[in-house]
Ligand binder design. Structure first.
Ligand SMILES: [Zn+2]
Length: 241
């Protein structure tokens, strides 16, 4: 499959993820690059993150608040302008009409040129929130562009130009991220509550942080090899919107 390298910097960008930190894993370096070039970047997190701990006695209200604060810090490190929290219960996200309407409203209000989200067609993915968040992006775009979906919202329809699906089942587009992998790593490390469960940073934090960073650099190099780049993030690209 032919792989296209780099969109022109979009003026307005909306990235939608199931959980706090998903967007950074999927496209954090791309967002940092575009923000540095002047794009207005909005991040939208669908769930409240309330399953994101291995501590069975955790105070979940406190965890939700902590994760939102971490997400705002991560957004700042990427240069994003805004974070929208939809606050659906973690692990129970669906892609029915109510959640589709919520994502449609965000798309209509943000008016992005490019939308980024989970690839809903990535095979053998077991977390249902990632699957549903991907479907919410595609269903939300379809609804946002046509006036007879959710007219009660009272917000003008909006049709983005391009959807980039991150962690894709097939790759036909890459963004060069040389110089922006550090932004991605630092934004991910802002999710301090996820160090142990998601990033394997626990008993030996200095060494394990370094190992985590090395893994992300290796991933960026591997994706870059697809197109002769020093570092990249990969996507399935949809322009037929
Ligand atoms: Zn996730």
């Amino acid at each position: 499959m032919t792989i296209v390298v780099d969109l022109p910097t979009p003026p307005r960008v909306l990235a939608i993820g199931a959980h706090a930190d998903d967007i950074e894993f999927g496209c954090g370096a791309t967002l940092a690059k575009w923000a540095a070039a002047g794009a207005h970047v909005t991040m939208c997190v669908c769930t409240d993150g309330s399953k994101g701990t291995w501590d069975g006695d955790a105070d979940l209200a406190a965890l939700i608040a902590t994760r939102e604060n971490e997400q705002r810090d991560a957004a700042t490190l990427l240069g994003a302008a805004d974070v929208v929290f939809l606050r659906y219960v973690d692990g129970e996200l669906d892609s029915g009409p109510s959640a589709t309407g919520a994502v449609c409203r965000v798309i209509r209000e943000v008016r992005p040129d490019v939308v980024l989200g989970h690839d809903p067609w990535q095979p053998y993915r077991i977390h249902p929130d990632h699957y549903h968040a991907g479907l919410l992006v595609t269903a939300g775009i379809v609804a946002a562009r046509d006036p007879h979906f959710f007219p009660e919202q009272g917000v003008a329809p909006h049709r983005p130009d391009t959807l980039l699906c991150f962690e894709p089942g097939r790759v036909d587009h890459v963004e060069s991220v040389d110089g922006y992998v550090d932004h991605k790593i630092n934004a991910l490390l802002a999710h301090r509550s996820q160090w142990r469960s998601t990033m394997a940073i626990d008993a030996r934090p200095d060494a394990e942080r370094a190992a985590f960073a090395a893994k992300l650099y290796a991933e960026a190099r591997a994706e870059g090899l697809r197109a002769g780049l020093r570092g990249a993030e990969s996507f399935a690209r949809i322009d037929d919107i």
